[in-house]
Design a protein around this ligand. Structure first.
Ligand code: NAI
Length: 290
């Protein structure tokens, strides 16, 4: 008996929406691997900074001998920054905007209106269920999770998450693309926080509790954990991730796990967010980078 194979989806052009901590790194990998890539952000200052960071990232590759100067120039020529959403048309759109369901919903609906029904809408969300993200989007079968890790150009792992409606060919296309981008994709279930963030949440939440209970200052927690072999202690890592993003992820998981106290967000972290101390990207978080 003949079996019908699902059609293979060819991804030739990419757009990355959100040029913050993650978006700029994802865009860098895409151009480095030869994909014409549109990079969109609402904020022109952030977009400008992202371009500079991508150029610096590629220059570092040349310095380290991982990239030739010609390859760097070719990669930079493939990057198309824009603040005009109408320009965001591609075979694959990877959104890396703030971790807020309402913002992502609105964005995907706008992008669905600007693109063909076959354009893949991938989310770099750390915690929001793909099924819920896809629900109001026309053609939810083309919505998928493509979760990179920070820093995106360095970390090999990519979680590929299918929601209830995701077409198998869409998940397959994103999985294959991750391989083409030199990554190690892993299929993860559509559970809150998927795999890595669910485990990692306790690294942050418990460390914040230790500080809140005045068991030890945050610098000591970092030093001790780094001495046991972690590359970065939890507070240094939160500053790298973005204290605001980390807080949003914890809050989303707290809600998704029906307010299980083990995921309760910390007051200390809330205060940092309120004060605008979001970590390296604002020059101050738990540590001072000024
Ligand atoms: P970020 O705060 O550094 O950057 C978000 C960017 O999105 C900002 O530049 C902002 O101007 C832009 N933005 C906000 N609303 C927008 C809209 N409607 N349209 C276009 N741009 C918009 O955030 P970050 O840390 O890069 O996180 C982005 C996503 O990636 C989140 O879903 C987060 O959970 C996820 N993520 C974050 C990681 C991290 O370590 N920071 C790791 C893996 C995933």
């Amino acid at each position: 008996m003949e079996t019908t194979q699902p059609p293979v989806i060819d991804i030739r052009t990419i757009a990355v929406v959100g040029a913050g901590t993650m978006g700029l790194g994802i865009a860098q990998i895409c151009v480095q691997h030869g994909f014409p890539t549109i990079l969109f952000d609402l904020n022109p200052t952030i977009l400008e900074k992202a371009q500079q960071a991508i150029a610096a990232g590629l220059a570092k590759g040349v310095e380290k001998g991982k990239l030739t100067a010609e390859a760097r120039d070719a990669a930079l020529a493939l990057l198309h920054p824009t603040t005009d959403l109408v320009m965001v048309q591609a075979d694959l759109i990877i959104e890396a905007v703030v971790e807020k369901l309402t913002v992502k919903h609105q964005l995907f609906q706008e992008l669905a209106g600007l693109n063909s029904a076959t354009t893949i809408l991938a989310s770099n969300t750390s915690s929001l269920p793909i099924t819920r993200l896809a629900a109001p989007v026309p053609h939810p079968e083309r919505v998928v999770g493509m979760h990179f890790f920070n820093p995106a150009p360095v970390m090999a792992l990519v979680e590929v998450i299918s929601g209830a409606a995701t077409a198998p060919a869409v998940a397959e296309a994103v999985f294959n693309l991750a391989v083409q981008l030199g990554k190690k994709p892993v299929r993860a279930a559509d559970a809150p926080g998927f795999i890595v963030n669910r485990v990692a949440r306790h690294f942050y939440v418990e460390s914040l509790k230790i500080v809140e209970e005045q068991v030890a200052p945050f610098t000591v927690v970092d030093e001790l954990l780094e001495a046991t072999g972690f590359k970065m202690g939890p507070f240094r890592l939160m500053d790298l991730i973005g204290v605001d993003t980390n807080f949003s992820v914890t809050s989303a998981m707290f809600e998704a796990f029906h307010y299980d106290p083990k995921f309760r967000p910390s007051r200390i972290q809330q205060q940092k967010v309120d004060a605008g101390h979001h970590g390296r990207k604002t020059g101050k978080g738990f540590y001072d980078y000024s």
